[in-house]
Ligand binder design. Structure first.
Ligand code: ZN
Length: 271
Protein backbone atom coordinates (compact mmCIF):
# COMPACT_ATOMS: atom_id res chain seq x y z
CA UNK A 1 0.00 0.00 0.00
CA UNK A 2 1.32 3.42 -0.98
CA UNK A 3 0.95 6.38 1.37
CA UNK A 4 1.77 9.97 0.34
CA UNK A 5 1.47 13.56 1.63
CA UNK A 6 0.41 16.60 -0.34
CA UNK A 7 0.79 20.14 1.04
CA UNK A 8 -0.87 23.08 -0.75
CA UNK A 9 -0.25 26.80 -1.22
CA UNK A 10 3.52 27.24 -1.29
CA UNK A 11 3.99 30.53 -3.18
CA UNK A 12 5.95 33.80 -3.16
CA UNK A 13 4.34 34.46 0.25
CA UNK A 14 5.82 31.32 1.86
CA UNK A 15 8.93 31.43 4.04
CA UNK A 16 11.34 28.48 4.24
CA UNK A 17 10.83 28.53 8.03
CA UNK A 18 7.09 27.99 7.71
CA UNK A 19 7.63 24.75 5.75
CA UNK A 20 10.55 23.61 7.90
CA UNK A 21 8.50 24.15 11.07
CA UNK A 22 6.00 21.48 9.95
CA UNK A 23 8.09 19.01 7.94
CA UNK A 24 11.61 19.34 9.39
CA UNK A 25 11.98 15.59 10.03
CA UNK A 26 8.82 14.28 8.34
CA UNK A 27 10.13 14.80 4.80
CA UNK A 28 13.04 12.48 5.55
CA UNK A 29 10.48 9.70 6.18
CA UNK A 30 7.77 10.72 3.73
CA UNK A 31 8.45 12.81 0.62
CA UNK A 32 6.02 15.75 0.60
CA UNK A 33 4.34 16.81 -2.63
CA UNK A 34 4.28 20.62 -2.46
CA UNK A 35 1.49 22.08 -4.59
CA UNK A 36 3.04 25.41 -5.65
CA UNK A 37 1.39 28.58 -7.00
CA UNK A 38 3.72 30.12 -9.63
CA UNK A 39 2.27 33.68 -9.88
CA UNK A 40 0.30 34.12 -6.65
CA UNK A 41 -2.27 36.88 -6.23
CA UNK A 42 -3.24 37.39 -2.60
CA UNK A 43 -6.57 36.47 -1.07
CA UNK A 44 -7.82 36.19 2.49
CA UNK A 45 -5.71 33.42 3.98
CA UNK A 46 -3.68 33.37 7.20
CA UNK A 47 -0.49 32.44 5.26
CA UNK A 48 -0.68 35.67 3.21
CA UNK A 49 0.03 39.17 4.64
CA UNK A 50 -3.30 41.09 4.89
CA UNK A 51 -1.78 43.94 2.84
CA UNK A 52 -1.93 41.60 -0.19
CA UNK A 53 -5.37 40.13 0.38
CA UNK A 54 -6.96 42.58 -2.03
CA UNK A 55 -3.98 44.21 -3.79
CA UNK A 56 -4.56 42.22 -7.00
CA UNK A 57 -0.80 42.17 -7.62
CA UNK A 58 0.68 38.98 -9.02
CA UNK A 59 3.88 37.78 -7.33
CA UNK A 60 6.12 35.50 -9.38
CA UNK A 61 7.82 32.84 -7.28
CA UNK A 62 11.33 33.99 -8.37
CA UNK A 63 10.82 37.25 -6.45
CA UNK A 64 11.44 35.16 -3.31
CA UNK A 65 14.98 33.88 -4.03
CA UNK A 66 15.44 32.49 -0.52
CA UNK A 67 12.43 30.22 -0.98
CA UNK A 68 13.53 29.21 -4.50
CA UNK A 69 16.95 28.15 -3.21
CA UNK A 70 15.32 26.24 -0.36
CA UNK A 71 12.92 24.41 -2.70
CA UNK A 72 15.74 23.46 -5.10
CA UNK A 73 17.65 21.95 -2.18
CA UNK A 74 14.60 20.01 -0.98
CA UNK A 75 13.92 18.69 -4.48
CA UNK A 76 17.55 17.59 -4.95
CA UNK A 77 17.43 15.79 -1.58
CA UNK A 78 14.15 14.07 -2.66
CA UNK A 79 12.39 15.47 0.38
CA UNK A 80 9.76 17.14 -1.80
CA UNK A 81 8.26 16.91 -5.25
CA UNK A 82 6.43 19.77 -6.97
CA UNK A 83 2.86 19.91 -8.26
CA UNK A 84 1.24 22.83 -10.09
CA UNK A 85 -1.39 24.51 -7.88
CA UNK A 86 -3.22 26.82 -10.26
CA UNK A 87 -1.50 29.87 -11.73
CA UNK A 88 -2.43 32.83 -9.49
CA UNK A 89 -4.83 31.01 -7.10
CA UNK A 90 -6.98 34.16 -7.18
CA UNK A 91 -10.71 34.03 -6.48
CA UNK A 92 -13.22 35.49 -8.93
CA UNK A 93 -16.70 36.83 -8.10
CA UNK A 94 -18.20 33.83 -9.91
CA UNK A 95 -15.84 31.06 -8.81
CA UNK A 96 -12.35 29.86 -8.02
CA UNK A 97 -9.47 30.15 -10.47
CA UNK A 98 -10.00 26.93 -12.40
CA UNK A 99 -13.71 27.55 -12.61
CA UNK A 100 -13.75 31.20 -13.57
CA UNK A 101 -10.42 32.51 -14.90
CA UNK A 102 -9.83 33.19 -18.60
CA UNK A 103 -7.04 31.45 -20.58
CA UNK A 104 -6.94 28.25 -18.54
CA UNK A 105 -4.88 26.25 -21.11
CA UNK A 106 -2.25 29.02 -21.08
CA UNK A 107 -2.21 29.09 -17.28
CA UNK A 108 -1.51 25.35 -17.14
CA UNK A 109 1.18 25.37 -19.81
CA UNK A 110 3.01 28.51 -18.71
CA UNK A 111 2.67 27.77 -14.97
CA UNK A 112 4.15 24.33 -15.49
CA UNK A 113 7.07 25.36 -17.73
CA UNK A 114 7.88 28.35 -15.49
CA UNK A 115 8.09 26.19 -12.34
CA UNK A 116 9.98 23.41 -14.12
CA UNK A 117 12.74 25.74 -15.28
CA UNK A 118 12.84 27.88 -12.11
CA UNK A 119 12.97 24.90 -9.72
CA UNK A 120 14.84 22.55 -12.07
CA UNK A 121 12.32 19.73 -11.74
CA UNK A 122 9.68 17.84 -13.68
CA UNK A 123 6.01 18.34 -12.93
CA UNK A 124 3.37 15.69 -13.63
CA UNK A 125 0.61 16.64 -11.15
CA UNK A 126 -1.99 19.39 -10.95
CA UNK A 127 -3.80 20.31 -7.72
CA UNK A 128 -6.85 22.55 -8.39
CA UNK A 129 -7.04 25.68 -6.16
CA UNK A 130 -9.76 25.03 -3.55
CA UNK A 131 -10.09 21.57 -5.16
CA UNK A 132 -12.45 23.20 -7.63
CA UNK A 133 -12.58 22.53 -11.37
CA UNK A 134 -15.23 23.47 -13.91
CA UNK A 135 -15.75 21.37 -17.03
CA UNK A 136 -13.55 23.90 -18.86
CA UNK A 137 -10.92 23.70 -16.09
CA UNK A 138 -10.88 19.92 -16.25
CA UNK A 139 -10.54 20.03 -20.05
CA UNK A 140 -7.55 22.43 -19.81
CA UNK A 141 -5.71 20.25 -17.30
CA UNK A 142 -6.55 17.00 -19.09
CA UNK A 143 -5.27 18.40 -22.40
CA UNK A 144 -1.91 19.16 -20.77
CA UNK A 145 -1.53 15.51 -19.72
CA UNK A 146 -1.01 16.44 -16.05
CA UNK A 147 -2.60 14.01 -13.59
CA UNK A 148 -4.98 15.51 -11.03
CA UNK A 149 -4.60 15.17 -7.29
CA UNK A 150 -7.85 16.37 -5.72
CA UNK A 151 -9.71 16.15 -2.43
CA UNK A 152 -13.08 15.42 -3.90
CA UNK A 153 -14.90 12.48 -5.32
CA UNK A 154 -13.20 12.78 -8.65
CA UNK A 155 -16.16 11.71 -10.67
CA UNK A 156 -19.16 13.65 -11.82
CA UNK A 157 -20.51 12.48 -15.16
CA UNK A 158 -21.75 15.99 -15.97
CA UNK A 159 -18.15 17.23 -15.80
CA UNK A 160 -16.75 15.06 -18.55
CA UNK A 161 -16.98 14.18 -22.18
CA UNK A 162 -18.64 10.77 -22.52
CA UNK A 163 -16.14 8.03 -23.30
CA UNK A 164 -15.76 4.39 -22.33
CA UNK A 165 -13.30 5.14 -19.52
CA UNK A 166 -15.77 7.48 -17.87
CA UNK A 167 -18.38 4.70 -17.95
CA UNK A 168 -15.92 2.17 -16.53
CA UNK A 169 -14.87 4.54 -13.73
CA UNK A 170 -18.49 5.25 -12.88
CA UNK A 171 -19.09 1.52 -12.41
CA UNK A 172 -15.95 1.10 -10.31
CA UNK A 173 -17.09 3.87 -7.97
CA UNK A 174 -20.63 2.50 -7.68
CA UNK A 175 -19.19 -0.90 -6.74
CA UNK A 176 -16.95 0.70 -4.10
CA UNK A 177 -19.90 2.70 -2.78
CA UNK A 178 -21.94 -0.48 -2.30
CA UNK A 179 -19.01 -2.45 -0.85
CA UNK A 180 -18.45 0.22 1.81
CA UNK A 181 -22.15 0.56 2.67
CA UNK A 182 -22.52 4.12 1.42
CA UNK A 183 -25.58 5.76 0.01
CA UNK A 184 -25.51 8.07 -2.99
CA UNK A 185 -25.10 11.10 -0.74
CA UNK A 186 -22.28 9.85 1.52
CA UNK A 187 -18.88 11.38 0.83
CA UNK A 188 -16.35 9.02 -0.68
CA UNK A 189 -12.68 9.05 -1.63
CA UNK A 190 -11.95 6.31 -4.14
CA UNK A 191 -8.60 4.70 -3.22
CA UNK A 192 -7.26 4.01 -6.73
CA UNK A 193 -6.18 6.32 -9.54
CA UNK A 194 -8.94 6.63 -12.15
CA UNK A 195 -7.57 6.73 -15.68
CA UNK A 196 -9.05 8.80 -18.49
CA UNK A 197 -7.94 9.32 -22.10
CA UNK A 198 -4.92 11.54 -21.41
CA UNK A 199 -4.68 11.84 -17.63
CA UNK A 200 -5.63 10.16 -14.32
CA UNK A 201 -7.19 11.40 -11.07
CA UNK A 202 -6.66 10.48 -7.44
CA UNK A 203 -8.52 11.79 -4.37
CA UNK A 204 -6.85 12.77 -1.08
CA UNK A 205 -8.00 12.76 2.55
CA UNK A 206 -7.96 16.22 4.11
CA UNK A 207 -6.14 17.09 7.30
CA UNK A 208 -7.84 20.32 8.40
CA UNK A 209 -8.83 21.78 11.78
CA UNK A 210 -11.17 19.27 13.40
CA UNK A 211 -9.76 16.18 11.65
CA UNK A 212 -9.03 13.41 14.16
CA UNK A 213 -6.58 10.51 14.10
CA UNK A 214 -9.57 8.16 14.41
CA UNK A 215 -11.15 9.48 11.21
CA UNK A 216 -7.89 9.20 9.29
CA UNK A 217 -7.12 5.68 10.49
CA UNK A 218 -10.69 4.56 9.70
CA UNK A 219 -10.38 5.87 6.14
CA UNK A 220 -6.92 4.39 5.85
CA UNK A 221 -8.21 0.94 6.88
CA UNK A 222 -11.03 1.20 4.38
CA UNK A 223 -8.55 1.96 1.58
CA UNK A 224 -6.34 -0.87 2.82
CA UNK A 225 -9.21 -3.40 2.70
CA UNK A 226 -9.88 -2.35 -0.89
CA UNK A 227 -6.25 -2.94 -1.85
CA UNK A 228 -5.91 0.79 -2.50
CA UNK A 229 -3.59 3.66 -1.64
CA UNK A 230 -3.83 6.76 0.56
CA UNK A 231 -2.84 10.42 0.28
CA UNK A 232 -3.11 12.95 3.10
CA UNK A 233 -3.68 16.56 1.99
CA UNK A 234 -3.02 19.60 4.16
CA UNK A 235 -1.77 23.22 4.28
CA UNK A 236 1.43 24.08 6.18
CA UNK A 237 -0.07 27.46 7.20
CA UNK A 238 -2.94 25.73 8.99
CA UNK A 239 -0.90 23.24 11.01
CA UNK A 240 -0.98 24.14 14.71
CA UNK A 241 0.21 21.98 17.62
CA UNK A 242 -2.99 19.90 17.58
CA UNK A 243 -2.93 19.20 13.84
CA UNK A 244 0.78 18.44 13.96
CA UNK A 245 0.06 15.84 16.63
CA UNK A 246 -2.70 14.31 14.49
CA UNK A 247 -0.42 14.16 11.44
CA UNK A 248 2.44 12.56 13.37
CA UNK A 249 0.17 10.03 15.09
CA UNK A 250 -1.35 9.07 11.76
CA UNK A 251 2.06 8.65 10.07
CA UNK A 252 3.27 6.52 13.00
CA UNK A 253 0.14 4.39 12.68
CA UNK A 254 0.64 3.99 8.91
CA UNK A 255 4.32 3.11 9.38
CA UNK A 256 3.33 0.21 11.66
CA UNK A 257 1.01 -1.36 9.06
CA UNK A 258 2.32 -4.29 7.05
CA UNK A 259 3.35 -3.62 3.44
CA UNK A 260 3.00 0.17 3.68
CA UNK A 261 5.41 2.24 1.62
CA UNK A 262 5.73 6.04 1.91
CA UNK A 263 6.04 7.38 -1.63
CA UNK A 264 6.08 10.68 -3.54
CA UNK A 265 2.48 11.47 -4.62
CA UNK A 266 3.45 10.95 -8.27
CA UNK A 267 3.77 7.21 -7.57
CA UNK A 268 0.08 6.97 -6.69
CA UNK A 269 -0.51 7.13 -10.45
CA UNK A 270 1.72 4.15 -11.26
CA UNK A 271 -0.47 1.08 -10.84
ZN1 ZN B 1 -4.74 26.26 -2.38
Amino acid sequence: MKVAIRDDDTSYFTTPESLDRVYRDIWDRVPVCLAVVPFAIGYEQPGIPPAHWHSGESFALHRNPELVAFLRELIAARRVTIALHGYTHQDYPDGYEFQAAPDLPHRVQHGRSYLESLLECRISLFVPPHNALSKRGLAAVAASGLDILGSFLSFRPSMRPWEWRAARNWWRIQRYRRATGRTRRDPLVYPHALGYASHAEFGCHSLVPGTTVETLTRHFEEAQRAGGNFCLATHYWEIDATLEQVMRAFLDFAARQPRVRFVPAEELFQE
